[in-house]
Design a protein around this ligand. Structure first.
Ligand SMILES: [Fe+2]
Length: 294
């Protein structure tokens, strides 16, 4: 079977045709998807009714699976899915929607903010792979923004000014911005801020992109209010509709996105209904900036 990719947005994002992700990919297919990711940064596959094991096997085509703890406040005994699978559903272990005031639900509402997955980790994620097992009947779209296009359209002065800036990212900042501030000492320790460059360069294409995320709380060497005001300006520029692809989920859609080149967010949906979305994450290969010694 030959893969082909058709672009589905004026600046990025493609739909892959002719792929079957229930079985192993040939080397040529994996290479075609990798090349497609370099170019389009977001790839959509329709009608992929896969198991968790098949999703993890597919993920391993692109690197190691990121399974380090620290991305959530859900405790291991509450996990619905096996290790390696990230639960992005609104469901508890028994498959029931979480209550409105459930702490895990309130924490997960942070996914409504524009972000890049795992930017709060010293070695941030490469790709995320999201499989829609049960979709919301209304709403629940995922939106993606192209951070290369955002970078390319900055003026020269701004590009020169941000070239070497380093930001601090933490779940404390993204959740704090939503008023979710009650964290245990263990959670605070787990969410210790990390440093990331504000401008990234793609290792294959050499294209530069803005590395933005709601996890950013400050810029190294700047007063926090100045940093936040500036990051807010940049983010406003970066998520203009012309840089955004809106995905309306159908059951068994699967999307891969490059966290190094895009931001994303989920939109509101009826949370009394199950929405079962399962993510795997391809680990990144290096930090983007030097960390401060602990
Ligand atoms: Fe995410």
């Amino acid at each position: 079977m030959t893969l082909s990719i058709r672009q589905i947005h004026p600046v990025f994002a493609g739909e892959v045709l002719g792929a079957d992700l229930t079985g192993p990919l040939t080397r040529e297919e994996a290479a075609a998807i990798d090349a497609g990711m370099d170019r389009y940064a977001v790839l959509v596959f329709r009608n992929q009714n896969i198991t968790d094991d098949q999703q993890m096997a597919f993920t391993l085509n692109f690197g190691e699976i990121e399974s380090a703890p620290g991305g959530n406040i859900t405790k291991p005994h509450e996990y619905r899915l096996k290790k390696g699978m990230i639960d992005v559903s609104n469901l508890d272990k028994e498959g029931k929607p979480l209550a409105r005031d459930d702490r895990r639900r309130m924490f997960n509402l942070g996914n409504r903010l524009w972000h890049s997955d795992s930017s709060f980790r010293a070695k941030p994620a490469k790709y995320s792979i999201l499989s829609a097992r049960t979709v919301a009947s209304q709403g629940g779209n995922t939106e993606f923004a192209d951070m290369r296009a955002a970078y390319d359209t900055l003026d020269d002065d701004t590009r020169a000014m941000i070239e070497d800036l380093v930001c601090e990212h933490s779940l404390i900042y993204s959740r704090g911005s939503m008023g979710f501030t009650e964290l245990t000492d263990d959670e605070k320790a787990m969410m210790k801020p990390v440093r990331q460059r504000l401008v990234r360069k793609h290792p294959v294409t050499g294209r530069k992109s803005l590395y933005l995320s709601s996890h950013i709380g400050t810029i190294v060497g700047r007063p926090m209010p100045e940093a936040r005001a500036f990051i807010r300006d940049l983010a406003e520029h970066a998520v203009q509709p012309k840089f955004v692809y809106v995905h309306k989920w159908q059951q068994y859609d699967l999307i891969i996105w490059d966290n190094r080149q895009t931001m994303h967010r989920v939109r509101r949906f009826d949370e009394t209904q199950p929405r079962d979305m399962r993510r795997t994450t391809v680990a990144g290969d290096a930090p983007t900036a030097e960390q401060v010694a602990a």
